[in-house]
Design a protein around this ligand. Structure first.
Ligand SMILES: [Zn+2]
Length: 174
């Protein structure tokens, strides 16, 4: 039990609030809010996080319970990955575009290298493999890339509030 005494030590509300403590008592809300818990990344960084299967908001890598089961929300910053029912049509389209795009590349390269003696059977088998395996392999990234796109859109909304140092444990308030 040695090091387990204070698992929330780094989030201790008493720490680091000496300077900003007045903010909480500001009735008009004029003073700027405390700094975000997770600094906002730029558009490119956010999309790259998606391409690396990471949370768009905080960059955490624990976004999937298994290869096909995305978590409902980020375990670290609690960003909800799927904002609404059917919101992943975009991820599906993205997955198809990548799969078909790679298939066209394979097809063109195969034709260019073998013409005029095109091995139709081999090319067909390779085509089927590409069209089946690429979407399976790319599936998690299509989800996190789309989650990054949705996050980029939603964080421009005036109603969007990034988690602040003040309420590090605001679980379930969305
Ligand atoms: Zn996160």
């Amino acid at each position: 039990m040695g090091g387990m005494d204070n698992p929330y030590g780094s989030l201790d509300p008493e720490r680091g609030t000496d300077d900003a403590g007045i903010v909480d008592r500001d009735p008009e809300g004029v003073t700027p809010p405390p700094p975000p818990l997770y600094p906002e990344a730029g558009t490119l960084t956010t999309l790259l996080r998606g391409a690396r299967r990471r949370c768009p908001r905080c960059g955490d890598r624990d976004t999937f319970a298994s290869w096909f089961a995305m978590r409902i929300a980020c375990p670290r910053c609690e960003w909800r990955f799927e904002k609404e029912q059917g919101g992943y049509l975009g991820a599906m389209v993205l997955n198809y575009v990548v799969g078909i795009g790679l298939w066209i590349v394979v097809l063109v390269v195969g034709l260019v290298l073998t013409v005029p003696d095109v091995p139709v059977l081999s090319l067909t088998i390779v085509s089927v493999l590409v069209l089946v395996l690429v979407p399976l392999a790319f599936y998690p990234r299509s989800k996190t890339i789309w989650a990054a796109v949705e996050y980029l859109v939603l964080r421009t909304d005036p109603d969007y509030h990034a988690p602040r140092h003040r309420d590090p444990r605001a679980r379930g308030l969305e």
